[in-house]
Design a protein around this ligand. Structure first.
Ligand code: B12
Ligand code: SF4
Ligand code: SF4
Length: 357
């Protein structure tokens, strides 16, 4: 009871306690999806499913999980659908929305340690499946989008837990589910939700926005104006609509500004994002896709410049983006074709020229 009151005072939006028993079904699911290729190159909980599904492998003394959630939408501000004027960042990443969650959990952890118990904070960590903990602690239910959903905040929650050796009274799981609703599934622009509760990460824009390499061509148009993350299956979710109504619109990100910025400025801007190898070229890659989708001819010069970038990945994406720009892009593509040696870039240039024909 004292913990719940402290959670409220610490500004946490949901709270519950679960046992630290293994999440056996989740471990099985992680292994099955990994074997089926649905997790792509994801690390995190997929790196070692046995570890992720059993917190006692990391903390042998664990008895309970104190689970909390922080709602971010009313505070996040985020632009709506594409309007061609700039790039979009998913709401969870518009700023470091994990900070209030970590701070609130820190208060609860201190309460435990000052009472003589052990307390380890886990947020977005490979050693715990956060959603499974939240469901067991009665904080939310598992939605068909794979998000966990609360009646008050819908899917707009970030989750974290404290692993403790305190034997705390357990919360009851929520007696709710999505019922007949399934609107998130067709709302996904790439068909990544292949069945209720099953995500094929290799088709998910949120996955690709934080994964190294060349983004599959089939995903680039549905990518729209995104720079990081994707919210479409969350936006569609009815229990979250009341929160969305309170959201203030924020500025779109100037894509040409991003593409002209140096490494330091880019990493500074995106400091709290998960960026493969902290390599800012992946933000540039994402911005090139968004720029291609803007269809605005004033962006031709910057795209033509990127067609000569030292990184083949960026040349691939610049070529594709030029192919989306219409006839004005042909001279730049034709010129690069005469000097390009990388087979993957040549293939992109040919596809882009084919798109203009
Ligand atoms: C890897 C990862 C990703 C991957 C893969 C996501 C995924 N669905 O697995 C990628 C990069 C794609 C991703 C994207 C996003 N992520 Co993420 N991600 C994680 C991470 C690190 C692990 C998730 C995991 O283990 N998945 C494993 C699989 C097995 O879990 P699952 O798909 O939920 O599987 C269960 C369901 O399928 C259910 N189930 C099975 N059958 C059925 C049938 C029905 C009918 C139903 C309802 C359910 C159901 O049982 C399975 C478990 O047994 C967690 C942090 C953590 N340590 O837990 C954050 C986390 C899940 N991500 C989070 C967020 C916010 C996002 C994004 C919204 C960010 C964004 N806006 O771009 C998107 C949402 C995309 C989506 N629809 O999931 C939050 C989710 C909070 C919430 N309310 O659910 C977490 C918990 C981070 C945090 N600490 O808050 N993420
Ligand atoms: S995050 Fe976007 S791409 Fe991924 S499942 Fe949801 S709607 Fe689809
Ligand atoms: S949109 Fe509907 S089916 Fe999908 S997670 Fe939300 S409530 Fe569940």
């Amino acid at each position: 009871m004292r913990m719940r009151a402290a959670a409220d005072l610490a500004g946490l939006d949901a709270f519950g306690i679960a046992s630290a028993e293994p999440f056996e079904a989740v471990g099985r699911t992680l292994r099955e999806r990994k074997n089926a290729g649905l997790s792509g190159r994801l690390g995190f909980t997929y790196r070692d499913p046995d570890l992720a599904a059993d917190v006692r492998r990391s903390f042998g003394w664990a008895k309970s999980l104190v689970v909390a959630a922080s709602a971010y939408v009313p505070r996040s501000g985020s632009p709506g659908p594409p309007d061609g004027t700039g790039g979009r960042v998913a709401r969870f990443a518009t700023r470091d929305h994990y900070a209030p969650l970590r701070a609130g959990l820190g208060v609860l952890a201190e309460l435990l340690t000052t009472s003589g118990f052990r307390a380890e904070l886990l947020v977005d960590d490979g050693r715990l499946v956060d959603r499974a903990a939240a469901v067991r602690a009665g904080v939310a239910w598992w939605g068909k989008s794979t998000m966990v959903i609360s009646p008050k905040h819908g899917p707009w929650l970030l989750l974290g837990s404290i692993v403790t050796d305190a034997d705390l009274p357990l919360s009851k799981a929520m007696r709710r589910d999505c019922g007949k609703c399934d609107v998130c599934i067709p709302a996904c622009p790439t068909g990544a939700l292949i069945a209720p509760g099953v995500l094929d990460a290799t088709r998910c824009i949120a996955y690709w926005a934080q994964t190294a390499g060349v983004v599959p061509r089939s995903l680039r148009r549905p990518w729209g104006d995104r720079i990081y993350g994707c919210d479409d299956c969350l936006d569609a979710c009815p229990p979250g609509h009341a929160s969305l109504e309170q959201t203030a619109e924020s500025e779109r990100i100037d894509l040409t500004g991003l593409l002209s910025a140096d490494d330091e400025a880019l990493l500074d801007f995106a400091g709290h994002w998960f960026i493969p190898k902290r390599d800012p070229d992946y933000i540039r890659r994402n911005a090139l896709i968004a720029l291609g989708n803007s269809g605005r001819s004033e962006h031709l010069p910057i795209l033509a410049r990127y067609l000569h970038h030292r990184r083949a990945t960026l040349r691939c994406h610049a070529a594709w983006a030029l192919g989306e720009m219409g006839e004005g892009a042909r001279p730049a593509l034709a010129e690069r074709r005469t000097v390009e040696h990388d087979p993957a870039v040549l293939e992109e240039i040919d596809a882009a020229i084919g798109n203009l024909d």
